[in-house]
Design a protein around this ligand. Structure first.
Ligand code: PBG
Length: 329
């Protein structure tokens, strides 16, 4: 039966009717809020390209964690900004590193039963050259070494788990890191710490503002020899297969909005819990339009998050987590 018997508008007639037939839902518990932790006390330094996002000292991070718990947000994703960087990213796996201390403090002083504390695992915020692994330089030529980087990343994961992270989330894109991390975590007695792999991570221009926030822009070259080419959906599926075979527990897809087809395809193929990261550039782009009055903030924010859920993500890492949770109540 077709028109005039079938009238799809019947189910759009009132807010109650629309609510009843809504297919996709957003809940605060499916949102994860990224936090950038820096040294000092009382530090709240706004990122110029990310309105409402700050570098925060540990005492300020605690306040944020409390606010997130009160809003019913599902989790925190922590990034560390050390005061000193070096060639091998020592700060990433230091027992008293800034992220390790932040996690210990959150765990000790915030009621976090409803909040999952996730630690990003990468070296780029901690290396002086800004690459995600160990760099081997020979004059003009340089190489980001895979296997030596994996060893340090595994060490970082253990150190973050020992500090109390509920989940470790490797975002470096080295080959073989998941197997190495699983083994290292198990050897350290952290058999119950899940690994959320940024399995499908593209070399994206949309990470630009994050690199200001985390002070992690590569000092030379770019990340194209380790992060994926934006043209490749099939290769993304191979990355995911590989990480599942190596033992990851959850997947994180990144960026989100420019790669919704990749998220959708991953949802069709794989049954692991899967999140997507609405990255810094996606946030900044929307905020730039809000500032000019070109888009309605609340509606555009919720629509962007809904698109990511509809594509198949179970949860979303987003700088809008608090704003969205306030609206969603
Ligand atoms: C670390 C890392 C990055 C992001 C998350 N983890 C930066 C990068 O790969 O350059 C980007 C997050 C964002 O843009 O919001 N490797």
């Amino acid at each position: 039966m077709n028109f005039p018997a079938t009238r799809l508008r019947r189910l759009r007639s009132t807010a109650a009717m629309r609510s009843l037939v809504r297919e996709t839902h957003l809940e605060p518990s499916a949102l994860i809020y990224p936090l950038f932790v820096c040294e000092g006390e009382g530090v709240r330094r706004e990122i110029s390209s990310m309105p409402g996002v700050f570098n925060l000292s540990i005492d300020e991070i605690v306040k944020e964690a409390e606010a997130c718990a009160a809003l019913g947000i599902g989790g925190l994703l922590l990034f560390g900004i050390p005061s000193k960087k070096d060639e091998t990213g020592t700060g990433a796996y230091a027992t008293d590193g800034v992220t390790q201390r932040a996690i210990r403090t959150i765990k000790a002083s915030v009621k976090t039963e409803s909040l999952v504390t996730i630690a990003d695992v990468c070296l780029c915020e901690y290396t002086s050259h800004g690459h995600c692994g160990i760099v081997n330089r020979d004059g003009e030529h340089y190489e980001v070494e895979n296997d030596s980087s994996v060893a340090l990343l595994a060490k970082t994961a253990v150190s973050l788990a020992e500090a109390g992270a509920d989940i470790v989330a490797p975002s470096d894109m080295m080959d073989g890191r998941i197997a190495a991390m699983r083994e290292a975590l198990d050897d350290a007695g952290k058999t119950n710490t899940p690994i959320m792999s940024y399995a499908s991570k593209f070399a994206s221009a949309f990470y630009g503002p994050f690199r200001e926030a985390a002070d992690s822009a590569p000092q030379f070259g770019d990340r194209r020899t380790y992060q994926m080419d934006g043209a490749n959906l099939r290769e993304a599926m191979r990355e995911i297969e590989q990480d599942i075979a190596e033992g990851c527990d959850m997947l994180l897809m990144k960026p989100a909005m420019p790669y919704l087809d990749v998220i959708h395809e991953a949802r069709q193929r794989f049954d692991l819990p899967m999140g997507a990261y609405q990255v810094s550039g996606e946030y900044s782009m929307l905020h730039a339009a809000f500032q000019r009055g070109w888009l309605e903030p609340e509606r555009a924010m919720l629509e962007s998050l809904l698109s990511i859920r509809r594509a198949g993500a179970d949860f979303i890492v987003t700088y809008f987590a608090k704003d969205a949770a306030k609206v969603l109540g």
